[in-house]
Design a protein around this ligand. Structure first.
Ligand SMILES: NC(=O)c1ccc[n+]([C@@H]2O[C@H](COP(=O)([O-])OP(=O)(O)OC[C@H]3O[C@@H](n4cnc5c(N)ncnc54)[C@H](OP(=O)(O)O)[C@@H]3O)[C@@H](O)[C@H]2O)c1
Length: 338
């Protein structure tokens, strides 16, 4: 539960794409020491440690969790493994930062929260978008009435990471565009509109439950709404807009990592012709603001970060569960056979 000296000794679990990006950004994070890595393959762990300049390489998750020199772990493994690894890490006295989605459903999210409470360690889902300065500014402006009363959100994250029949999409790994990409547009809608009264979803699913493309509508009793799309097999313009009674704000692609947004407001002729651009600085691959905030929170012996507490992750997982229920309703599009 401690830190080693003035710096937090970070370890990364997994050696995939996101482990590289996070390790790059840990290098730029004040107070963070890039200390250890683990892979299921000891040789891969050694190569990763050598390339990234980590001091220690472990050949298994359990060896890493037994290492007393590790303060905090970044869990960068597939979704289906997050809850078990996070709970084991917390029980070993490690602080945890867990890749999004923190878990595959709300029940698992609550189990992580219980383990965190019992451990006294820091725990958070790595929802880096919420630490992105441009995103924070956009949400704060929307909440403060910069475009009047917020009435709707439109946001998409659709990128073709592989073909629909890719062997990488498996139920065992909890492959899901809803969990992987959909969590970003859904988080934006929850941040500016709150929890919806009704959720309708449709999309393209395999019969083993893997969802490839998901279109979701949130409805609110007062007529507000959100239209949210995600796909891991096709492009759906990855931008976002928030509209209100006095105008709208637009975040360019990729909206979750954008370093700017545009505000258009006022009478129609002015709104259409006089966009106002707000620009922010980008640090590293975009993860530095989150890594810096979490490293400081751990150094200050806090157990959560107010920007993204576990209760918010669980609330989002409840909404993702409701979207999944809607996808399986009798009126939903039939599932496809592999
Ligand atoms: N924040 C972002 O911008 C961002 C971007 C992409 C992905 N993600 C998230 O990052 C997570 C990883 O996604 P990914 O696509 O990078 O997955 P991945 O490449 O399949 O797995 C990442 C690494 O986890 C390790 N691993 C795989 N299966 C494991 C298991 N059963 N137990 C322990 N370790 C295992 C592997 O490292 P070894 O083989 O070396 O053990 C692998 O390289 C997902 O939750 C995803 O949503 C986030």
């Amino acid at each position: 539960m401690s830190t080693h000296g003035a710096e937090v000794n970070w370890a990364v679990i997994g050696t995939g794409f996101i482990s590289q990006s996070i390790s790059d950004d840990l290098r730029l994070t004040p107070g963070a020491r890039r200390h250890a890595v683990c892979s299921r393959d000891p040789e891969r762990a050694r190569r990763f440690a050598a390339d990234q300049g980590f001091a220690v390489a472990h050949g298994s998750v359990s060896a890493l969790l037994d290492d007393p020199t590790v303060d905090a772990v970044y869990i960068a493994t597939p979704h289906a493994t997050h809850a078990a690894i996070a709970i084991a890490a917390l029980e070993s006295g490690k602080h945890v930062l867990i890749e999004k989605p923190m878990a595959v459903n709300a029940d698992q999210g609550r189990q992580i929260a219980s383990a965190a409470a019992a451990s006294g360690c820091f725990a958070m889902e790595a929802m880096w978008m919420r630490f992105n300065p441009a995103y924070r500014d956009l949400v704060a402006a929307a909440r403060a009435g910069a475009i009047g009363e917020v009435r709707s959100v439109r946001a998409s994250f659709g990128l073709p990471f592989g073909p629909a029949d890719s062997p990488r999409w498996t139920a065992e790994r909890a492959s899901s565009t809803l969990l992987d990409q959909g969590i970003y547009p859904i988080t934006l809608a929850l941040d500016v509109l709150g929890r919806p009264s009704r959720i309708h979803a449709t999309g393209r699913l395999w019969d083993d439950g893997v969802d490839l493309t998901v279109h979701t509508t949130f409805e609110y009793d007062d007529g507000r709404f959100a239209q949210l799309s995600a796909s891991m097999v096709e492009y759906i313009e990855p931008t976002a807009s928030v509209s209100g009674t006095d105008g709208w704000m637009t975040a360019p692609a990729p909206f979750w990592a954008a370093d700017e947004f545009t505000t258009q407001k006022g009478p129609i002729s002015r709104a259409l012709t006089e966009p106002h651009r707000t620009q922010h600085e980008r640090r590293g691959n975009g993860y530095v603001p989150m890594l810096e905030a979490v490293t400081l929170a751990i150094a200050e012996h806090r157990t959560e970060h107010p920007t993204h507490p576990l209760a918010d992750s669980i609330a989002t997982l409840e909404v993702l569960d409701a979207v999944r229920d809607s996808l399986s309703s009798p009126t939903a599009r039939p599932k496809e056979t592999r």
